[in-house]
Design a protein around this ligand. Structure first.
Ligand code: CXF
Ligand code: ZN
Length: 367
């Protein structure tokens, strides 16, 4: 079938809206008409070839929409169902059986290469191959060819389906990072580094966990203000001075939890230095270089029982966690819609620029 897609043709370059052909769904595949798709930093990481997906490609991995067709073996959804698309996973490895599919043994091959595991792509243009299947979806398009493993059926009644897509990546990463990976305990203290969509979803997660002290470290004033409105108890502008000292002025014994979204080595170091005894630091930020490393004073690390954990997708099991987040949203406890600004898909380049300049927190593109 003919679809419209925002195609990536070269690194750092604009997306171009083009006609693309989509193959019929294979046995376990699902065709979804996209109502809206979030723009995540990881899409730009792939566009710029830090994730080396062959170009041209259709990126996009925070889609939501309506099932239009299903492959012969699909039992999970049917045409007409409303779905959020998440990351793909195999469903059979040890971590998938532990309900930790974001640590699936095959996560890289199922999400990054722009192809099915057999190397084929369901997208083409005039007979020329186009990489698809990015995070099991490639949803910067009117339609996505997903796998039944990565479609989550949701009850969207009374909600705007077009803005639910970021629950499948950025928002579940932030909320899940605090609610599941760190599992912050009531009355605890947490510092969240970075007030983008992941960091602000983490603020909402910390409120849900009943953390007593919620500190957001973020240079953009409007994002600090948003954090305060969402329930942060303190905000810190890192341009104002030593961040670790500012955190210890609020929590002299150090924080129970840190949640780092920037990936920058100096921010990770500041977060580690702000941890209290037996503190736990979660890392979700993609580092700027493949060889980014962190020097750690091992004696201090052991003495204070510090812990660091890498986190993918907030340890989410999307089939369970996305409906849970939607239920919290209906109760007014997860107001992620406040972070979203919508743009027509045809204005994707303007959306990228606006999000990059801090003019919006989470852009959602409407095909
Ligand atoms: C990504 C972040 C980088 C590692 C893989 C998962 N999540 C989506 O943006
Ligand atoms: Zn993402």
């Amino acid at each position: 079938m003919d679809i419209q897609a925002a195609v990536t043709r070269s690194p750092q370059a604009d997306f171009t809206i083009e006609p693309v052909q989509m193959a019929p769904p294979r046995d376990h595949e699902v065709v979804v008409r996209i109502a809206g798709v979030g723009l995540c930093h990881t899409d730009l990481v792939a566009r710029d070839q830090f994730i080396p997906i062959p170009l041209p490609a259709v990126l996009g991995h925070e889609g939501a929409g309506v099932v239009e067709a299903v492959g012969a073996a699909v039992t999970k959804v049917k045409p007409g169902d409303t779905v959020v698309l998440g990351f793909n996973s195999c469903g059979t490895c040890a971590r998938c059986r532990d309900n930790l599919p974001s640590y699936c043994r095959d996560f890289p091959v199922l999400n990054y290469p722009g192809a099915r595991p057999d190397g084929s792509s369901g997208l083409s243009q005039d007979g020329n191959r186009i990489s698809g299947h990015f995070f099991g979806q490639s949803s910067f398009a009117s339609h996505a060819l997903a796998h039944e493993r990565n479609v989550v059926k949701v009850d969207a009644s009374g909600l705007d389906l077009s803005i639910l897509g970021p629950l499948g990546c950025g928002f579940q990463t932030g909320a899940g990072g605090v609610m599941r990976s760190l599992a912050c305990h009531p009355g605890s203290s947490i510092a969240i580094f970075g007030g983008g969509p992941v960091g602000l979803a983490a603020v909402m997660g910390a409120v849900i966990q009943n953390c007593a002290t919620i500190i957001l470290v973020e240079p953009v004033a409007a994002r600090r203000q948003m954090a305060l409105e969402l329930g942060a108890t303190h905000v810190i502008d890192p341009a104002a001075g030593d961040v670790t000292a500012a955190i210890r002025a609020i929590v002299p014994d150090g924080i129970d939890y840190g949640f780092e979204t920037s990936g920058r080595e100096e921010v990770v170091a500041a977060a580690l230095a702000a941890l209290g005894s037996h503190g736990l630091l979660g890392l979700v930020g993609v580092p700027p270089r493949p060889d980014s490393t962190l020097p750690i004073n091992l004696a201090a690390f052991i003495t204070y029982g510090h812990r660091i954990v890498g986190i993918i997708e907030g340890d989410s099991d999307p089939d369970r966690f996305i409906p849970e987040l939607i239920a919290l949203h209906r109760q007014g406890r997860f107001p992620f819609d406040r972070l979203i600004r919508t743009f027509p898909l045809a204005q994707i380049n303007q959306a990228v620029a606006t999000q990059h300049q801090g003019g919006c927190i989470k852009a959602v593109l409407l095909p």
